[in-house]
Every structure is written in C-alpha cells, then in structure tokens.
Design a binder for this molecule. Sequence first.
Ligand code: 7RM
Length: 651
Amino acid sequence: MNRSDQPIEALLDEERLFPPPEECSRSANIADPDIYQRAAKDPEAYWAQAAESLEWMRKWDRVLDWNPPIAQWFVGGKLNVSVNCLDRHVRGWRRNKAAFIWEGEPGEERVLTFADLYREVNRFANAMKRLGVQKGDRVTIYMPMIPELPIALLACARIGAPHSVVFGGFSAESLRDRINDAQSKLVITADGSYRRGQIVPLKRNVDAALKDCPCVEKVVMVRRIGDAAPVAVDETRDVWWHRAVENVPAWCEPEPMDSEDPLFILYTSGTTAKPKGILHTTGGYILGASLTHKWVFDAKEEDVYWCSADIGWVTGHSYIVYGPLANGTTGVLYEGSPDWPDKDRWWAMVAKYGVNVFYTAPTAIRAVMKWGESYPAKHDLSTLRLLGSVGEPINPEAWMWYHEKIGQGRCPIVDTWWQTETGSIMISPLPGLTTTKPGSATFPLPGIDADVVDEAGNSVPLGGGGYLVLKSPWPSMARTIYGDPKRYEETYWQRFGKNVYFAGDGCKRDEEGYFWLLGRVDDVMNISGHRLSTMEVESALVDHQEVAEAAVIGKKDDIKGEAIAAFVTLKEGAEGNAGKVDELKKHVVRKIGPIARPQSVYFTAELPKTRSGKIMRRLLRDIAEGRALGDTTTLADATVVAKLKSQYEEG
Ligand code: 7RM
C-alpha cells in the first residue's frame, strides 16, 4: 500500500536532493559520519558510552541482557527520570532558564523555569504520596495541554508511580477501559479544556468512566476553566489540585528506580478491538528519548523548540516532556488548535517566541497547505532553522511545501519514523550529515539495525520492498504489553522469529539504501497521524442495537492521510437512511472519541467475504477509492462486491 500522492516507482525515482546546509553541518551536534560504523561494530559499547550522558544513582553492571525477545538494558543501574530532567539543571546555571513557555488557547501565557517546574513537581509528588500513591501504583492522567500535565508526568516519575496518559479526546468509555486495564489508583484530570473556543468537559467524562472503575481511590482535578465548567465533586474521592498541594513539603526525595522499573504505560491501537498498554521502562527509555532529541533536532542550549503534538500521544511523551527536558531545552507548550482564533495561530507563535525548531505531523502540514500560504507569510519565520515530521509517510508535495513556505528553503527537514513501541526515533536524517529526499525518512539512526524483509524473513536487496523489521534490541524498546506478555511476543516477535521486531509497516529501499515507508501492512489505520484499528471502530459500530455487521477501512484522504469509511449491514427491519448515518457516527464518537468518527457510512445487504468468512477489506478499499477491483477469486460470492460497487458509484 502506498499512501503517497505518487506511485512508489515515481517515489524511488525522486531526484531532488537536499544536502545539509553548510552552516548546519559545521555546527551540528553530530557531524562525524563514522558514528554509524562505530555503533554497528560494537553496539553495547556505543550505547554504554551514550548512557554516560545520564545521571545515575548507581552505575549499571551490564549494558544488555538479551534473552529474545526479552531485553534488559543497563542491568543493575539505578536512576530517576525526574532527576535527569530537573535536579541536574537546577543545580547549575539552568536554574532560571525557561523549561516551558506555555500558551493557553484563549491566549494566557505562562513561563516556567526549570526551578519553577522542579518546585511544582516536588510539591505534586508529595501531594500524590499524601493521597496514598506508592511506588509501583499506576496513575491515569486525562488532562489538557496545560503546565500541570508535564508536572503530573514528572511527579509520577519522581515517586516511581507509572503513569498512563489518556488523550483528552478519548471518550469516557475509552478512558474507563484504560483505567481498568492499568488498575490505576489515582486519576488526574481538569474541570475541562478549551478546543476551538469550546469547552470540553473532562471531569464529566471522568465521572462517567469511574462508575465502573472500582480500582480508583482518588481523583485530582485542576481548575482550568472555573465557573464555565462546573463540576460535581465527590467529597470522599475528588480533590482540587491547588488544595492537594497546600502545605506539602517543597522537597520530595526522588525514588531510586531500577533501570528496568516501569516509567509509563501508553495505550495504542493494534489489530484487535482492544488497545495495547505499551510499557516503557526507565533507563533505556530516557536514554533513547534524550539522545535522539539531541541529535535529530540538533538541540542547542539557546534553542526554542516546539513539538506541536499532544502529550497524550507518544510523540508528546518523548519529544515534549522527557527528551527535551533531559537536555535542558526550552520548549513551547500550546493548549489549543492551530486554526483558533485564526489559521495563523502557529505562525504567530513561532514569530512571538522565536521558535528555532518545529516538529509536527504531515496531516497538519497538509491542512496548513490547504489554508494557503498567506497565513505563514504574515509572520516572521526567520528564527526557524530545523523542521521535523512524524506520524505517517509525508508525501513529497507536502514535504516541498513545508520546506519552501515554512522553512523558506533554509531549514533541513527531518522525517522521523518511529512508533509508540520503539519509544524514540528509529529512522531519520541527521540534519548535519544526511542528504534528504522529499518523502523518505532516509536511514536508521546509529545503533538501529533496521532491514526490509520478504514474507520469509529474507533481507530484500536494495531497490525492493517488503516488511520493515528491527534486527537488534535498542534501549528505548517497549518491554511488554501491560498484563499481556504473550500478546507482546505474538504481535512483535513471532512473524520473523523471536530475534526480529516486526513493526507492522511496509517499506521500500531505493538503490542508495534510502528507506521509504509505505504505511501499515495490518488492519491498523492512520487517521491524521493517529493509530486506530479497524476492529476498534467495527466493534463500536456493532455495539449499536440496529447494526448486524460492520467493516471499516481507511480510505485515502488528502488531509488526514486516511479517513474512516464504514460499510454496515443493518439488522432485519432497520432502515439505512441519512438519520441512521448520523446516529452511527455519533455512536462511534461516544464509544471511542471524536478521532474515530467515520467520514462516510454505507449500508449494504452483505459484506464481501472469503469462503472462510474473512471480510475482504482490500476490496472495500478499492470500492471506496474508486479503483478497479483487485483479485476477487477468493470471494465466497462475487456478486456481493459487484452490487456494492455499483451502489457506491450511484452515490
Ligand atoms: C510516533 C508515532 C506509529 C505508526 C508507524 C507508521 C506511522 C510514524 C512515520 C510513519 C511513515 C514516518 N507513533 N509512522 N512516523 N510512517 N513515516 N515518519 O506516530 O505509535 O502512534 O504510530 O505511524 O505506520 O507504525 S504511533
């Protein structure tokens, strides 16, 4: 499958080359190309040397224990992530350096220095302890992009309580399932959040979720909105953040964590209806996040860095919170939407704060492109020196537009391939070294052993395509799926043997060895850079009392990358009309959240299936994208798709 706007053959013929600007090569953190070879020759020595950049309470005994597929990194080492992100900076001159420049959607501004952040993290860590949270207890965080969100993450890290952040756009039911899966004791939320001028009632969703979460003992609420978002307070359970931190000591002893102790769980969609709780541990994760942030974004002391993701996704964990803070970087944190109050909000902020490095997703670039170049052109973007992309393949057209209209032809673009499971960037240019090609994530980073293999697991020669795999362990790799180690092994470490990580992405390499990511090869959709499984949406649909069966596909979309198209069979007697379409869309939003809202719903008497009863989504995709049907020989009843196709074409 190729999600780009060109056929893959055309991609591989891409002739536009963008060598690193001289200025960038001269000053880059990584300017010596030998690093790739050095890392490949002795990976353990390479990672050990990299880990010296962290502050350890006890040094490790062994770099790696590898019993495939179980890896342990920096065995015997002890450290605390919050110490690495805060204490070591406040001890020195960074004390009064800005850690976050925050802007609320309505326009408030707040700057938190490292000392401010340190103080708030210590206080909130003590507040959680007072509420009964102990090392190892899980904490679910369901919050808007306000300073209390990174404070909550770091406070969890300080006391050794693994956090599980649930994106604020998820529904009460999704929140409930994630709380129960993690068996969280504490939930941290806010009365609400702002989105395009509207108020999202977060606490109300928490209340709904907690009707079925007996594990939760306490809820902490930030007062973000105030009177416009009144909340029901359960006096025995709920406590305001500002009350919780009253009269707590200003210092909280950081928990000495084993390198392999859990740092967080983050849920991500797989091929089944149930999201997977990806578990990351302490030493390897913070090494991966900090090192890649330093190298890929060429982090400099004086930088103002902005990653536009939400902390509810892994990109926000690694590249808003942990990586940049570990490196002592000043980051921008923005609560709201890029088109509020107008479509130049981002560029106004870039100019206002003098942003140097900007990291966003192709779906956002394509939206900005559609709005037109007049919006960025209104603002002074001359401080930008480096641009990043993540979340899905970036089509060359969007890449060129980003390069010209945002980067003004001056800024290298780093197209970064990675996943929730990899913890940090795996395939990306190094801005001072790599000549880029629009649409290619270029090469695996030093120490990352990526390959492209065929069905049988054999490496495919340059020029060919297949499945993307990682053939050696790396420090920030996921350690397990929380509560389901078997699923972890089966999903990632079985397809090509227990030594080989299967990423679930298709990939081609050109004759020069550049990697071209082609999108998922499984039933995972990529909607605006967010992962959703077809099964998740299908089970939300069949949960509706009038739906008999549903098949969902990701249909190519100019802005979102993919948009959800649902093919639905109704139960006897139910009528498929416009009202029903609306009702089903709402039902999915209620079950999962707005990101899962189907763009189109089609009613059909039957779904195309193989003789063994498997729904042939490939054919539905052909229909939805208006292509000639692919191979239909395995269908149980070929008339089903023919009918569906003509019905679809009639509109
Ligand atoms: C960071 C993140 C992971 C999936 C992954 C890919 C796709 C991400 C790129 C990309 C092509 C990229 N984590 N993906 N980055 N595809 N080029 N630069 O997105 O767990 O939410 O998603 O996203 O399919 O498997 S994620």
